[in-house]
Ligand binder design. Structure first.
Ligand code: SAH
Length: 510
């Protein structure tokens, strides 16, 4: 490999961007020596400024696009470079899909050790979105102040905690902007202070907004630095006197049934209630000096405690047409729920199709979260067992099963690598099909080993990280399985992330 001899910081160079890293940075080479250039698009002729030189590569900043790539498009959001939420917004969506598909393919080949021809045979085209913007059903905005002291909502710039004001993220629901504007003007009018991280003072820290895309129901949760326990008499952290008095007044007037959490609380809830779809307004109490956004305690201050959303089963063989049945979920501010509902339907329908159920099977759904995939599977299986680490998620899963009238899904709390050997070894519960949907780090070795011992006919692997997917597929294939089908699903357009669904079949023993 070419060495970095001669290159130095601040040097200005011209390169052609010929490739892209898995994190979305453009790669340009000079005499074989690679430069990683954030915000450069594959195909760009670019003027770059070197920022850091390492032994075998260097980082550079994009100074100027000399000749734009045919894949370069005008980014929808003016903050896309600073924000970091989107890494590849300036890349044509078709090219984004090709990039993700290739990333999965490369990982399967390089990390999984599968032959390229084999992968090309089993891989199906990536499932993209028709409208790759405004797809997120959940947004969390930090609240702060601008230089003039006005309250602002936005995002943290780069790796800092400086808030750049932007209420109009083009990945989120269209209603977010209006909701944030209502909250900011309420804060201004009633002198409600934003939380100040450095001093640990002030009131409003974050705003969480969730929307049920099928129900149209909206939830707003304000994360606040105040417990409300003293009825407003001892207001913590720099709430101005008049605002504090207001809390006391509201409490005395009995406007709220029990506690009052915000100055002139009813003014805010009334204004929010005017927004179409508004279903739930709550506060989350977070008094800790931490980066964790949500506090554990949630109090509804207007409307219902939860919103609802339905995920429909779709026909993967027929352009994802709606089968006319779905599962309805109740979502609270703390519930885990997939953020892109349109693509979630496609991903789960794919997992269901790959599972090939006839109604007779015993199915395990490992890493089941709130039981989303489990409940999808239950309708076509004899019995489903879901396993999930987080106890609250399992409680949600049980409630969701009951609400949907599903009786053949049982949920177990614990680590998949502990619950599975226990249930299989001691109780002899078998599996015809096992579905896994682990976090980024993939499956635990013991979990994979137990799956192989249980010898289900089929394994469906849903993955949010194709590198660990490839590693785990190698283990399963060495243990007597073969990859039959594989398809990426673009759950996060404009970012470098992708989901992948894989079907493995047990090899017939000879
Ligand atoms: N299938 C679900 C959730 C997938 S996210 C859905 O689509 O909604 C992965 C889940 O695995 C998380 O809910 C996480 O809490 C859980 N988890 C993480 N490590 C685990 C482990 N060792 N055993 C079981 N579950 C685990």
């Amino acid at each position: 490999m070419k060495q970095s001899v001669g290159y130095e910081k601040n040097q200005v160079l011209t390169v052609e961007i010929i490739d892209i890293t898995s994190e979305g940075e453009g790669i340009g080479k000079i005499d074989g020596f690679p430069f990683f250039v954030k915000d450069a698009v594959i195909g760009d002729q670019a003027q770059i400024r070197v920022t850091r030189v390492k032994k075998n590569y260097a980082y550079a900043r994009l100074e100027k696009v000399l000749v734009p790539s045919p894949f370069r498009v005008d980014a929808k959001c003016m903050f896309h470079k600073q924000c970091g939420g989107c890494q590849i917004q300036a890349m044509d969506y078709g090219r984004q899909l090709a990039f993700k598909e290739r990333k999965v393919r490369n990982n399967l080949i390089r990390i999984g050790g599968f032959a390229p021809e084999y992968i090309d045979r089993v891989m199906e085209p990536i499932v993209g979105m028709e409208e790759p913007f405004y797809y997120r059903n959940k947004a969390q905005y930090p609240i702060g102040v601008d230089k003039e002291g006005n309250p602002v909502a936005g995002f943290y710039a780069g790796r800092t905690h400086n808030i750049i004001a932007n209420t109009d993220c083009c990945l989120g629901a269209a209603e977010n902007k209006e909701i944030l504007e209502v909250i900011l003007s309420y804060m201004k009018e009633y002198h409600v202070p934003a939380y100040d991280e450095t001093r640990g003072e002030g009131l409003i820290r974050h705003v969480l907004i969730r929307k049920g895309f099928t129900s149209g129901e909206i939830m707003v949760c304000l994360v606040i630095n105040y417990t409300g326990r003293d009825g407003g008499r001892k207001v913590h952290g720099g709430i101005r006197k008049e605002a504090a008095k207001d809390i006391v007044k509201s409490a005395v007037k009995g406007v709220a049934k029990e506690r009052v959490y915000l100055p002139s609380q009813e003014k805010l809830t009334q204004a929010l209630a005017m927004i179409q779809g508004m279903t739930s307004v709550s506060v989350s109490i977070n008094r800790d000096r931490t980066n964790v956004i949500m506090g554990k305690e949630i109090h509804t201050i207007w409307g219902k405690d939860v919103i609802r959303d339905t995920i429909h089963v779709r026909d993967v063989e027929n352009d994802f047409a709606d089968f006319g049945r779905g599962i309805t979920f109740s979502i609270s501010p703390l519930s885990f729920y997939q953020v892109n509902p349109v693509q979630t339907e496609k991903l789960y329908s794919l997992a269901l199709a790959y599972a090939g159920l006839t109604g007779k099977e015993t199915v395990w759904d490992l890493y089941c979260g709130i039981g989303t995939i489990s409940l999808f599977l239950a309708e076509d299986a004899r019995q489903v067992y879901g396993v999930e680490l987080v106890a609250q998620a399992v409680e949600d899963a049980r409630e969701n099963a009951a609400e949907n009238g599903i009786c053949n899904a049982q949920f177990l709390v614990g680590k998949a690598e502990e619950v599975l050997p226990e249930k299989y070894g001691k109780e002899g519960i078998a599996a015809d099909v096992i579905v896994v949907d682990p976090p980024r780090k993939g499956c635990d070795g013991v979990c994979l080993e137990t799956m192989i011992r249980m010898a289900p006919e089929r394994i469906v692997y849903v993955s949010c990280d194709s590198a660990t997917l490839a590693r785990d597929l190698r283990v399963l294939c060495d243990g007597g399985y073969e990859v039959k089908r594989c398809r990426a699903v673009d759950m996060f357009p404009m970012t470098v992330h992708t989901e992948t669904c894989v079907l493995l079949s047990k090899l017939k023993s000879t």
